[in-house]
Design a protein around this ligand. Sequence first.
Ligand code: C2E
Ligand code: MG
Ligand code: MG
Ligand code: MG
Length: 277
Amino acid sequence: QAKEEGRNSYRFYSKEMTTLAFERLVMEENLQQALENKEFRLYYQPQFDTRTGEISGLEALIRWEHPKLGLLLPDQFIPLAEENELILKIDRWVMRTAMEQFVQWYEEGLNPGRLGLNLVIRQLNSSDFIRTLEECIAQTGFLPSWLILEISEEQVMSKPDEYIKKLQILHDMGITIAIDDFGTGYSSLAYLRRLPVSMLKIDHSIIEHIPENTDSVAIVKAIIALTESLGISVVAEGVEEEKQKISLMEYGYYYMQGYYYCKPVVADEIEKLFLKK
Ligand code: C2E
Ligand code: MG
Ligand code: MG
Ligand code: MG
């Protein structure tokens, strides 16, 4: 009986593996075509300065409108794209689209604040990333001072020494470098002094437990204390409830992003909701 079950589950397992491998292949092929087929959508999530109630910036967040599967979130396809050069093409599209949109908004006299773009290490490592960025800026009329490049703590801290020089070039261009998902990795805080970083985005997994969890509270307070002396600004991500906002403000946090304020939405919605109020 047990042997029988064992064999069945083995068979089931291997069949599932084949299905997964097949699905992966199909996804990869779909992903290759998605750019040409114009299936990517750019959503924006506002960031607020709670002192003024104004938008301080918008983070661009990609979605994929898959013809069969519907709207897919980045976690469902970005990791796959990151395994090869596809991510470079996708993020070039994101950069271009978002910059054009921002220039248009500024030309219309609207104020979307700064643009947050997510950067993966693969881009930083690619030899023509900086040239692509400069080209995109020149061709769209976007200003480098409007740009925040967000790179996850986990990725940048894997080899900080390797990235210092590249981040410094971006910083010297007038771009803000932000460390994303901060608090989930294992950053040696000493590196914060050495990296040309001027913003930390605190991961929602920490914000989630504010104010009940004393460890989370201790962490966010320690981060504020440290960043103040380094002149680094902090953004709380994933603020979903008023009690989080109130506590965070008490600790000295001003910049917030999360469902409590607004979910990521398309550009038209941003205009309707905030910019043309
Ligand atoms: P991220 O940069 O940390 O982006 C914040 C994520 O938190 C977004 O997920 C956003 O929708 C979600 N979020 C916002 N407010 C709340 C909240 O109140 N509660 C909770 N639980 N979540 C909230 P999303 O859009 O699914 O993106 C996931 C990740 O995918 C991003 O994390 C970013 O690392 C990556 N990503 C998104 N767009 C792009 C892109 O265009 N290029 C690249 N390379 N990566 C991207
Ligand atoms: Mg981000
Ligand atoms: Mg994050
Ligand atoms: Mg992330």
